[in-house]
Design a protein around this ligand. Structure first.
Ligand SMILES: Nc1ncnc2c1ncn2[C@@H]1O[C@H](COP(=O)(O)OP(=O)(O)OP(=O)(O)O)[C@@H](O)[C@H]1O
Ligand SMILES: [Mg+2]
Length: 213
């Protein structure tokens, strides 16, 4: 695995991203951070991939059905990467240029984690595409055992019976940890209470905001 050669943030704003398995705690931590930071600065909350990709047939088939034989995973990966590039350049960066703190629920790293976890470890195009993506000021990666993450997803009434490929989750977890280490991310366990994890999240966020002043 190579480092993703994202470009440096030269805007007056900040970007903080949240990645990890479904159910690891991204939205919980992002919402708390948004609430606290918005008392003192302008915050813009967003997510990837956008609804255009989430609602596509290919995305829904991969998320909801065990049989994906009608689709090629690379096609979904390219679609998601394209969506992320557009979102970075036309949504995230313009908000950062206004001096805002942008919080993104998932980011380009998830594309690499999924591509690798699906068996495309040798693909080079994703490293080329990453050059058009702005590097977050903080990239949080939340980590929990797969069983814990899946139990959290299943505890949501609407996802109680959702299709989840366990083997894929193990590979994803492993890839997220490696991507975090390779790209200077912050790996935090969400096995303990949300309060404990949040203490670290707010500490890191305030630290980077101080450094930016
Ligand atoms: N330390 C922790 N940090 C974050 N969430 C935690 C922690 N401990 C327990 N939880 C619980 O785990 C669940 C995480 O759900 P959340 O929706 O935040 O995950 P997610 O990563 O956004 O999932 P998805 O990828 O499916 O959107 C919440 O119910 C939260 O209360
Ligand atoms: Mg979420």
């Amino acid at each position: 695995m190579r480092k993703l050669n994202m470009y440096k943030n030269k805007t007056g704003g900040l970007l903080i991203t949240f990645c990890g398995l479904d159910g690891c705690g991204k939205t919980t931590m992002l919402s708390r951070l948004a609430k606290e930071l918005s008392q003192t600065c302008e915050v813009f909350v967003t997510k990837q991939p956008t609804d255009a990709v989430r609602n596509s047939d290919i995305f829904r088939t991969y998320m909801d059905c065990p049989d994906h034989s009608g689709y090629d995973y690379r096609s979904l990966s390219l679609l998601a990467a394209s969506d992320r590039l557009q979102h970075v350049s036309k949504v995230i960066v313009p908000q950062m240029e206004k001096g805002k703190v942008v919080l993104s629920d998932r980011y380009f790293y998830s594309c690499l984690a999924n591509l690798r976890a699906r068996g495309f470890e040798g693909d080079r195009w994703i490293y080329e595409a990453a050059k058009s993506v702005i590097r977050p000021d903080i990239a949080f990666f939340f980590d929990v055992p797969v069983e814990t993450a899946v139990a959290r997803v299943r505890s949501r009434p609407e996802e109680e019976t959702r299709y989840i490929d366990m083997e894929l989750q193990y590979r994803l977890r492993d890839n997220y940890i490696r991507i975090c280490r390779k790209n200077g991310g912050i790996l935090l366990s969400t096995e303990a209470s949300p309060e404990e994890t949040y203490t670290e999240v707010i500490y890191r966020a305030k630290e980077i905001m101080e450094a930016k002043k």
